[in-house]
Ligand binder design. Structure first.
Ligand code: ATP
Length: 239
């Protein structure tokens, strides 16, 4: 039997008078990869930012690991085991790669574990290890994406939320990120993925949800959605 690590019920989020998320409900099962797909402006990023405590919902509940997240501040949410690798990377360009990774562990005090996880990030992304003392701003876009993912992993999350990790990446880099997601799942990390590349994301997802103008309009396993005619037309570029 599977259990929900994250349960979102009737979530609503607004920017002033504009409601960007209009009462969505979905679950992320423990140990799964779950993907939100949808057109630009559908509300995917808004959803992730709300889950990590950066935006306040106007209604609805979020339960993470059996605990309601309402009224828990963003930094506390990280310490509960929910990490977010945001869209657009948000690394600190003047700090070194290693300093950026260490920031991801800011709530931890277990120095040996932190050292171990830094080495794990370098094994996952060897380029980061090679350039560890270099300013992060000198990395290519794809390498910065890897750094953002590596940094989110430094909090040893139970749930890793990745917002468009393949954005702006070459096909080879994208494959590497997707393979890393599969590896992370195998190592026990639950993943909530937001992706424009629906084909790649759904192929490795246990479950997917399709968002359209703030609502969830369709759900199914990754394979079911890949076969769905409306998904194929709207998101996979088929006629
Ligand atoms: P994309 O795939 O383009 O990143 P998305 O599904 O992540 O899209 P969101 O970024 O969540 O969509 O945006 C949802 C809606 O909320 C859009 O209509 C957007 O214009 C609006 N929105 C997002 N951020 C703000 C903001 N800070 N202030 C006002 N409106 C916003």
């Amino acid at each position: 039997m599977t259990t929900a690590l994250l349960e979102v019920t009737d979530l609503r989020v607004a920017y002033g008078k504009i409601e960007a998320v209009k009462g969505i409900s979905f679950t992320v099962e423990d140990g799964s990869v779950t993907t939100l797909i949808g057109t630009n402006g559908a509300g995917k990023t808004t959803t992730l930012r709300t889950l990590s405590g950066l935006l306040k919902p106007t209604a609805g509940t979020v339960t993470f690991d059996g605990r309601p997240l309402a009224a828990i501040p963003a930094h506390k949410i990280v310490s509960l085991g929910l990490a977010h690798s945001p869209e657009g990377r948000h690394i600190f360009p003047r700090m070194t790669i290693e300093e950026n990774l260490l920031l991801g562990a800011f709530l931890r005090r277990d120095t040996p574990g932190i050292t171990e996880d830094i080495e794990r990030a370098y094994t996952l992304f060897p380029i980061l290890g090679e350039r560890r003392k270099q300013a992060a701003g000198t990395l290519s876009g794809g390498e910065q994406q890897m750094l953002a993912m590596g940094r989110a992993l430094m909090s040893r999350p139970k749930l890793l939320m990745l917002d468009e990790p393949s954005m702006g990446l070459s096909p080879i880099m994208m494959q590497k990120i997707m393979a890393t997601i599969v590896d992370l799942k195998a190592a026990g990390t639950t993943i909530l993925l937001v992706e424009q590349n629906a084909q790649a994301a759904l192929s490795l997802s246990d479950r997917g949800y399709v968002m359209q103008t703030g609502a969830i309009v369709l759900t199914g396993t990754g394979q079911e959605l890949l076969r769905d005619e409306s998904v194929r037309k709207s998101y996979l570029g088929e006629d």
